[in-house]
Write a protein that binds this ligand. Structure first.
Ligand code: ATP
Ligand code: MG
Length: 731
């Protein structure tokens, strides 16, 4: 054994890396080095067994985590490594399916329908007058749950949605499309229906790794079982290495099953179970608090110990604020303090349970000139202009894609009324032809008016030309935008916001250029990445920007300082979590959040919060009651003068409105210029102007690091602390 591993691992981790047992489960708490051990295990096998990269099948929770793993192994080996079977379950299954699609009656270039596409399809299937009682989103959820479960549970589809389900499946097939659940479900079908393929596929695989196993669903469990079956058949002394922590199972709402990890030894007989106890991430004080939220588990792993018992630390703080504004102000203040103590902004994270909480944080971060990045909350790919362009690309790549055809058929306007479009859809379906072929036939039959025919032809021309450019993706996109006069269309569509929308489209083109630079050559490859990337995938931890994200996205990450906002009844636990299982998941969510912190954790509660258009009073979170009072530093700021800011929309109507924040396309939403200040021109008494708050007078100012903080009394908005760069001196 190469003993340099000892340098990087403790004894337990080292033993796991060295173990040659075929089936391994590492069941251990947060920050104990599970991911690190998994990485070194791969590295160790690469050195020890000298396998090929394609002998590994490695699944991670996000594509970003996969990229990091690849990067770290490349560093260790001092060469760029490429694992063809490394990624999320969904992206790996999609790769498998493209290879064997014809066996399932799909083409290898099948389209992947994301949630929005699937909902659109269901909207067409469910009669309009039923949309209220059979909400397409809810029906989709039911269909997905069924598809992901039935192989393991043997359940049958609910009779009240069966009809929709059948039509939905038929339409997907006609459109040569698979939805997200299909990627898993069809892989199962493929492997079960054709054991020869399973055996062929697993012939070259020897090692299977799964990180974050606690958040796998039943379909993923089934795939794992099938892969293992194939591996045993091929008998290459295979190895299964699964890593997870029950207490961090937080995706039950998306059908993940914590039982997968709890019952692992039943599913994989003869498994060896390892555990790790030493936590390398957090201080003892943080671990003490987290321990009260952890559940007992069948493997009796017990409480986490800090790896370094002599490491100093401070108690977790629990701050109670009068309202959401005071909460945001408190966070901003503490962020500034922590930063002043030398912690880079990028090593600070603010987590929240629900997306609506981010708005007020953004306002305060901006006002105080603190750079921040909202991870995932921007939903860039859900914007209309981005979806339009993506729909066009999907249609270019797949002429049978009826969902995206319907989306773009009148973008820009082509004079095709609803009735014409409906008839057209019916004809496509009746003739069982792709769009262009059906259109050709109908044109030849003179089925359209002259104006409609012209509209259809113009769409066909666009698709035809772009189809010839699929090997130069960014050029194809630019040409598409040009042919559609898309920017003119946007101006017509949204006179006020069109500039932002144009920026977004240009940003998408830049992203695609970036992917081309990374070696992705065709629109097919690029579309695959765009469709399967999750909200954290495109996030790059920027130097100098605080990270704002939901608790769900914080999984697997770590930061020096962590804030968890809205730790109050109704938000955490969330008001929708009445069911005991849901309540447990909320508890685990808080556990995940707290265990992201290395040195400092702040929990905050606003007694009153503006929500659903009114003020809601929230009582203390049940989770706070689980933590002994003396283990946290309570800071009741409810009566402090400093934190008594009135709430945003106090009173009857809107009294005071903070400036509307126009989100930028990319994730970095705000980065002030932090260039060193030369001198301090903000003398007491001079007049300054701020783009949103107007004119005010400087009360005082001081240089703080590379910036100047200025206390200003604005004539209209009262006193505020501002960063100098945002103020113009007017007298
Ligand atoms: P999570 O449950 O949050 O996914 P994890 O168990 O996967 O956590 P890692 O992320 O692998 O834990 O490790 C947590 C931190 O501890 C990382 O910064 C890692 O580098 C560090 N760490 C783990 N093991 C050791 C070790 N033996 N020596 C030094 N640092 C370690
Ligand atoms: Mg991990």
């Amino acid at each position: 054994m190469n003993d340099k591993f000892k340098e990087f691992l403790n004894q337990e981790q080292y033993d796991i890396v060295k173990a040659r047992s075929p089936i391994n489960l590492i069941f251990a708490g947060a920050g104990t080095g599970k991911t690190r051990t998994l990485l070194y295990k791969i590295y160790y096998l690469l050195i020890e067994d000298q396998p090929e990269f394609h002998n590994f099948f490695i699944t991670t929770f996000t594509n970003k985590a996969a990229g990091e793993l690849r990067e770290r192994i490349s560093q260790q080996l001092n060469e760029k490594v490429y694992f063809p079977w490394l990624g999320t379950f969904h992206s790996l299954c999609s790769r498998i399916l493209r290879k064997y699609a014809s066996h399932l009656g799909f083409s290898e270039t099948f389209t992947i329908y994301d949630e929005d596409d699937s909902v659109r399809l269901l909207k067409r299937i469910i009669p309009k007058d039923k949309h209220k009682e059979d909400k397409p989103e809810r029906i989709l959820k039911k269909i997905s749950v069924f598809k992901e479960n039935y192989h393991e549970t043997g359940e049958v589809i609910d009779s009240d949605i069966e009809k929709y389900y059948r039509t939905y499946e038929k339409e997907l097939r006609n459109s040569d499309a698979m939805d997200f659940s299909d990627l898993l479900e069809k892989t199962i079908v493929l492997f079960e229906k054709e054991p020869v393929i399973l055996n062929e596929f697993t012939r070259s695989i020897k090692y299977v790794f799964v990180d974050e196993f606690q958040d796998t669903n039943l379909a993923q469990l089934r795939i794992l079982k099938l892969l293992w079956k194939g591996l045993l058949f091929n008998d290459n002394s295979p190895m299964l290495f699964v890593v997870g922590d029950e207490n961090q199972s937080i995706y039950g709402f998306r059908n993940a099953k914590v039982e997968n990890i709890l019952n692992f030894p039943d599913y994989f007989k003869g498994s060896k179970i390892f555990t790790l106890k030493k936590n390398y991430r957090s201080t003892a004080q943080i671990l003490d608090v987290a321990a009260h939220l952890a559940f007992d588990n069948p493997y009796k792993t017990g409480k986490l110990e800090p790896a370094d018992p002599h490491r100093g630390g401070e108690r977790v703080r629990y701050a109670i604020l009068k309202n959401d504004r005071a909460e945001a102000e408190y966070i901003v203040d503490r962020v500034q303090n922590v930063n002043a103590e030398g912690v880079d902004f990028s090593d600070i994270a603010v987590f929240f349970r629900t997306n609506f909480q981010v708005r007020i944080l953004e306002t305060y971060f901006r006002d105080h000139g603190i750079p921040y990045v909202v991870v995932g909350a921007q939903k860039f790919y859900e914007r209309k202009e981005i979806r339009d362009i993506i729909a066009y690309i999907k249609l270019v790549l797949n002429d049978k894609d009826t969902v995206n055809l319907n989306r773009v058929i009148n973008i820009p306007r082509r004079g095709l009324g609803k009735k014409t479009v409906d008839n057209f859809n019916a004809e496509i379906s009746r003739r069982e032809l792709p769009f262009s072929a059906a259109a050709e036939e109908l044109l030849a039959e003179n089925a359209f008016s002259a104006r409609q025919a012209q509209g259809i032809r113009s769409l066909m021309d666009v698709l035809k030309e772009i189809r010839e450019m699929i090997s130069s993706p960014s050029e194809a996109l630019m040409r598409l935008v040009e042919m559609l006069d898309y920017f003119d269309y946007l101006k017509e569509f949204d006179d006020e916001g069109y500039e932002d929308r144009i920026d977004n489209v240009n940003y998408l083109i830049r992203e695609i250029q970036h992917l081309e630079d990374e070696g992705f050559e065709t629109l097919h490859e690029i579309m695959e990445i765009l469709t399967l990337s999750s909200s954290v995938d495109s996030w790059k931890q920027e130097k100098g920007a605080v990270n704002l994200m939901t608790l769900h996205l914080s999984k697997g990450l770590e930061f020096d300082t962590v804030f968890i906002t809205g730790v109050e009844q109704g938000i955490l636990p969330h008001s929708n979590s009445q069911h005991p299982e849901q309540f447990k998941e909320e508890q685990r969510l808080l556990y995940v959040g707290i265990t992201r912190g290395k040195n400092r954790v702040f929990l905050t509660r606003a007694k009153e919060r503006f929500r659903f258009g009114e003020f809601v009073k929230n009582s203390e979170s049940e989770f706070i009651q689980m933590i002994p009072r003396e283990q946290m530093r309570y800071e009741d700021k409810t009566y402090s003068k400093r934190w008594t800011t009135e709430s945003l929309f106090r009173g009857k109507g809107e009294v005071k409105k903070s400036r509307p924040s126009t989100p930028l396309p990319k994730e970095i939403t705000y980065v002030p210029d932090l260039s060193p200040a030369t001198g301090n021109p903000f003398k007491k008494g001079i007049k300054v102007r701020h783009p949103d708050y107007g004119v005010g007078m400087v009360i005082s100012s001081h240089v703080a690091g590379s910036r100047i903080k200025v206390d200003v009394r604005f004539y209209k908005y009262g006193k505020k602390v501002m960063i100098g760069e945002f103020l113009e001196i007017v007298g």
